[in-house]
Ligand binder design. Structure first.
Ligand code: AMP
Length: 213
C-alpha cells in the first residue's frame, strides 16, 4: 500500500497517517517530523530548517528531495509507505517523479484531504505535539495533557512555534499559492481520492479505508 497523503497544514494528515501506518503496517514518512527530529538533534541542517519553519516558510526543495529519497531507500518501500507533507511544490513533484522512477514505484494512492480555512486555524492553534513520540492531540478535545497517551512520557506536549495564528495563516497562504498546484500537476497521472477532512477523525479514517478498498 503506497500512499501520498496531501492537504493543507492542519487538515489532519499526520493524525490519519499515524492511524493508517499502524493499520496497514507501513512506514509513515512525515517530512515535518523528520525535520523536527533534526532540530531536536541540533544538526546543522536542523538548525537551518528551524529558522525557516518557525516563520512558516518552506525548506529548500533539493534538501527535502534528498531527505525523502534517503528515507525511502532505507525502508522496505515496496511493502508500502505513507508520504505526508511531500510534495509541496512543483519542483518537489519533479523530484518525486525521479525518485519513483529510480525506485520503480508506480501508481501510489493519492489521497487529498480537504477542509476550510477557519476550521484549520481553529484546529492548529489548539494542537499540541509530544516531543518524545510526535503524537498529536487537540486541546479542543483533551484537557489533561500531562501524560502522553501513546508513549506515557510526562509533560512532553508542546505547541509548535509554527502553530501561532499569524504563522498558521502564512502557511495556509503558501499552501494555496505554492502547494495546491501540485493537484493539477498530477491530475492526469494519478487517480485522486478526495475526502472531507472536517468530519471527526474516526469517520475520516473510515472513509479513507473504504475508498482504498
Ligand atoms: P508539517 O509538519 O508537514 O506541517 O511541516 C512543518 C514545516 O516543515 C513546514 O511549514 C515547512 O517549513 C517544513 N516542511 C515540511 N515538509 C516540507 C516540504 N515538503 N517542503 C518544504 N518544507 C517542508
Amino acid at each position: 500500500m503506497q500512499i501520498i497523503l496531501f492537504g493543507a497544514p492542519g487538515v489532519g494528515k499526520g493524525t490519519q497517517a499515524k492511524i493508517l501506518s499502524k493499520k496497514y503496517k507501513i512506514q509513515h514518512i512525515s517530512t515535518g517530523d523528520i525535520l523536527r527530529d533534526s532540530i531536536k538533534k541540533e544538526t546543522e541542517f536542523g538548525l537551518m530548517a528551524k529558522q525557516l519553519m518557525d516563520k512558516g516558510d518552506l525548506v529548500p526543495d533539493n534538501l527535502i528531495g534528498d531527505l525523502v529519497k534517503e528515507f525511502l531507500k532505507s525502508i522496505d518501500y515496496k511493502k508500502g509507505f505513507i508520504l505526508d507533507g511531500f510534495p509541496r511544490t512543483l519542483e518537489q513533484c519533479n523530484l518525486l517523479d525521479n525518485i519513483f522512477a529510480e525506485l520503480q514505484i508506480e501508481n501510489p494512492h493519492f489521497i487529498i484531504l480537504e477542509s476550510d480555512t477557519d476550521l484549520i486555524v481553529h484546529r492548529l492553534t489548539a494542537r499540541r505535539q509530544c516531543t518524545n513520540c510526535n503524537t498529536i492531540i487537540s486541546l479542543n478535545h483533551v484537557k489533561d495533557i500531562s501524560t502522553c497517551p501513546s508513549c506515557c512520557a510526562i509533560d512532553t506536549f508542546v505547541k509548535r512555534e509554527d502553530d501561532d495564528e499569524d504563522v498558521v495563516r502564512k502557511r495556509l497562504e503558501i499552501y494555496r499559492k505554492t502547494t495546491y498546484p501540485v493537484i493539477d500537476y498530477y491530475r492526469d497521472k494519478y487517480n485522486f481520492i478526495f475526502l472531507n477532512a472536517a468530519e471527526p477523525v474516526d469517520k475520516v479514517t473510515q472513509n479513507i479505508i473504504e475508498r482504498l478498498n
